[in-house]
Each structure stands twice: as C-alpha cells, then as structure tokens.
Design a protein around this ligand. Sequence first.
Ligand code: HEM
Length: 368
Amino acid sequence: MLILKKKVERDHITMKNLFNLFLIMLLVSMPILSLAANFSETCEDGSGEPGSGFGIGFGIVLEFGLYRNSCPEAESIVYSWVETAVLQDPRMAASLLRLHFHDCFVNESPLILYFGCDASVLLDDTEGLVGEKTAPPNLNSLRGFQVIDSIKADLESVCPETVSCADILAMAARDSVVVSGGPSWDVEVGRIDGRTASKQAATTSLPSPNSTVPTLVSIFQKLGLSQTDMVALSGGHTLGKAKCTSFTARLQPLQTGQPANHGDNLEFLESLQQLCSTVDTSVAITQLDLVTPSTFDNQYYVNLLSGEGLLPSDQALAVQDPGTREIVETYAADQSVFFEDFKNAMVKMGGITGGSEGEVRKNCRAIN
Ligand code: HEM
C-alpha cells in the first residue's frame, strides 16, 4: 500500500514537472512563433511589404494619434525643438534621423525583453548597465542626445510619463526630414522604452559602411525590410556627414595604384584623399551629399550615378547590383518616387517593435 502511494505521488510529481516544462516551453516559444508569423507576413513574397499593421514584434500595437487625448501638445513640442535645433545646427537633422535608425536596428533580445525601436540607444552607462553609445558604430559618431533630453523634459512637464522616448525619436526623425525640405508622414506611436541595452548587439547588428549589396539586403530583410526599402532608407545619406575612417575603402584605388573600380570618379576620390591626408583622419569629416548637404532631396542618388557616393556601401548600390542600380536610377530621375518610398520605409522601420518588458522613461538616458 505504501509502495503504491509512493508510486502515485512520484507519478504525480513527474506529471506536474512535465506540465511545468510544457508551460515554460510555451512561454518561451510564443515570442518565436509570433516573430515567425510576422516575418512570414512581411517577407513571404520577398517584398517585405507590410500586412495590416507592420511590425516584426508581438504585443505592441502602434497607432496613429495615440497621444491626441493623453498629450495633445506632443507633436508640436517635438516639432518646435527639432526646428530650433536644426536652425542652430543644420546637421542636427541628420543626427536625429540617424538616432532613430540606430535605435530600431538593434535588437537586444527577441525572447524576453523589449526590442527594436525601444530607445535603448539613448541609455547612458550606469551601474549594472552598459549602454550602446560606446559601440563602435556609435562612438564619437552619434549626436543629438541633448535635443532629445530637451524634448523629454518639456513633455514630462506637460504630460508626465506619457510619451515614450522611442516615440520621441520616431517623431523627431520625421520632423528632421520635414524641416530639411523632405516629405512628411504620420508617425505611428505607442512604442515602449526598453529596460535594457546591448553594446554587443549594437556592435554586430548595424550595417558596416563596407558592406556589400547582398549583405545590406540580408540585414534589412531580416528586419522585414525589402531591397527597395533599403535603397530608399539609404537616401537618409542626403543629409549629414561622415568621418574619413568611414570611407577609407573608397580611397583604395588611389592608394594602391590599382585600376579604379567600375563607376569610380577619380577626381572625387582625389578630393577625398586630399581632405583625409591633410587633417587627422579620426576627426576629418565631410558631407555625405556634397552638392546639397543640408537639404533632404534626391541628390544623393544623382551623386551615386556620377560616382560621388561617399561611403563604399552607398556607391555599391549603383555599381554592384543591377536591381539596386535600377532603383537608384528611378530615384535620381524622379524625386517624388523617392519621397513616397522613403516615407513608407520609415513607417516600416519605425514598426520594428516588440517584447514584453518596457516602460515610459522619465529621463531618456536612464531606466526609471
Ligand atoms: C544602408 C546601410 C547604412 C550604412 C552602412 C550606414 C552607415 C553610416 C556611416 C558609416 C555613417 C557615418 C558615421 C561617421 O562617420 O561618423 C552614417 C551617417 C549617417 N547615416 Fe547611415 N548608414 C546606413 C543606413 C542609414 C539609414 C537607414 C539612415 C536613416 C534613414 C541613415 C542615416 C544617416 C545619417 C543621416 C547620417 C549622418 C549623421 C550625422 O551627420 O550626424 N543611415 N551612416
């Protein structure tokens, strides 16, 4: 009798363990299944076009006009700070646009934490947390943190703990494009600020300026963004500057005496070499679009066709792949097509959200 009771108890414990194991597996696999479902929704035809409500994540629903009642001044506060900052320093538009890109492309962990556009890029190093600001693609390169601080401080005084830092980044990116002469679009909001950051993920997830076209396509496609989105978003390089260290590979034909790559513009490359050899290469910077550096237009694509793309990854779009070349030619010929595709791609990029642990930070540099 005692033996039987022990056996029943043991079986009961085993069943309980099995049930617990099943629950754990279910919890762990839910995000993966959701990611997979969303990926197939966005990528199944290879186009990366959104289904209804784009997002590679789960649990986060972005909406238009979410702050209309809870913080009606949100949009105008963001716009007015961006406008002032860009008036003082036209490059700030570029820097704010890039912050949103570097926020959305770094996924801390798709399993349990908040990821994608989660304002992780804004977190400072604190005890127990290493931020992303010192990751190689960001170090001495990302700018605009003070502008975001000012916007956040203003918003906290008007509607405390309502507007997330990740949403501020998305709105500021849009407004930066608008004040630089580019198109406007409605920004979906409702992002949550993550409670973590990953220097490691920031080091490995962001595309390198030496990436080839297939690598760029693959990095973007993993996030649900198509080849067209990639070429359109690269048009962000119609604004802003880059350091010599970001484009030294462009100068290789001059330095090695090797024949120039197809599509190279030797006069342009010589002017870059001149700049980078006379000034300390770690500090020397030049415009990504030499012709209209502070205007958001299609000049970047015109430059690519004349071999005047600054980064190797920019010039590659015009010379390495007939598919991306065709898109570059289309945008160079018709700015309105570029604007339309850029807007759509920005909405898709801003929709890379998900995870389960988040908050609305009071201070964008630190978790609450
Ligand atoms: C396609 C892959 C991309 C690569 C390889 C890339 C790489 C780079 C690099 C190396 C710089 C210069 C950094 C420095 O020298 O300090 C830069 C600057 C910039 N990037 Fe990208 N980027 C890419 C996509 C994007 C996207 C999608 C956007 C936004 C939509 C963007 C917006 C910018 C802007 C505006 C700047 C200038 C920032 C400033 O002047 O402060 N980039 N990028």
